[in-house]
Design a protein around this ligand. Sequence first.
Ligand code: ZN
Ligand code: ZN
Length: 233
Amino acid sequence: MEWLYCDFHIHTTWSDGNCELKDVVEMYGETGFDVIAITDHVLDSASLARTKTECGMNCSIEKDQFARYQRELWSATRYAWETYRMLLIPGIELTNDTSKYHILALDSKEFISPDLDVEDILTEINAQGGLSVACHPYIRNHSGETPSEYLWNNQDRFASMFDAWEVANRDDLFNVVGLKKFNYIANSDFHEEKHLRSWKTLLRCSRNVEAVKQAIRTNEAVALFLYRGGKLK
Ligand code: ZN
Ligand code: ZN
C-alpha cells in the first residue's frame, strides 16, 4: 500500500486564511498531495464579540453560514477528486480563545459550537462520525503563545479522548507531545502560501476518507514529513 501525503489543517478566506478555497485546492493538487482537510475557524461567542470589529466578517464561520460552507467544500471535494485524485475532507477548527482550546473536527457533518466544553465537543464529533484532533498543544515559536493551553494542562484526562494530537504544527515540532500515550499527526495550519513549506503527515492506507480516519485512529502507519518545496510526484 502506498504512503499518502496529507495535511489536515488548512484555513481559507472562509475564515482568516489569505487564499481562496479554489486556489488552495489547485496549490495542493498541483504539488501532489493526496489528502487535505479544510478547517476554517469557528470562534467561541465571547471571542467573536471581542474580535469582530478587528477582523470584520472573516474571523469565523457563523452558524447561519455553515450550510453554505459545507456545500462549497463538498463541491471542492468533487473537483479535487476528479482533477487530482486528491481527497478533500471537510472540517472546522473549533476555536475557543476564551477557555484556550483549539480542536479540529474532520469529516463532521453539522455545526458544533466551540462554546461547549471539551468533553461535549468530543462527544458531538464522535456522534457525527468525525475525527477529533487537539491542535498545537504546546508553545508556538512564532507567537510565543499556547492557544490550546487548557488541553495541555489537562493532558492526562484528554490524552486518549482525542483521535490524535498535533505533534507538529507548521514550523514547530512539539517533541513533548510525542509520548506513547498520544496518537499523533503533523499539519501546516496553512493561512498563506508560504505555510505550504511545513510539517506534514504521511499515512499508509487506502485512498478513501474512512480508511484515512481509521489510519489516524490506529496510528500505526503514520510518519512526519517536513515539506520544503517542489513537486511531490
Ligand atoms: Zn488554532
Ligand atoms: Zn488553525
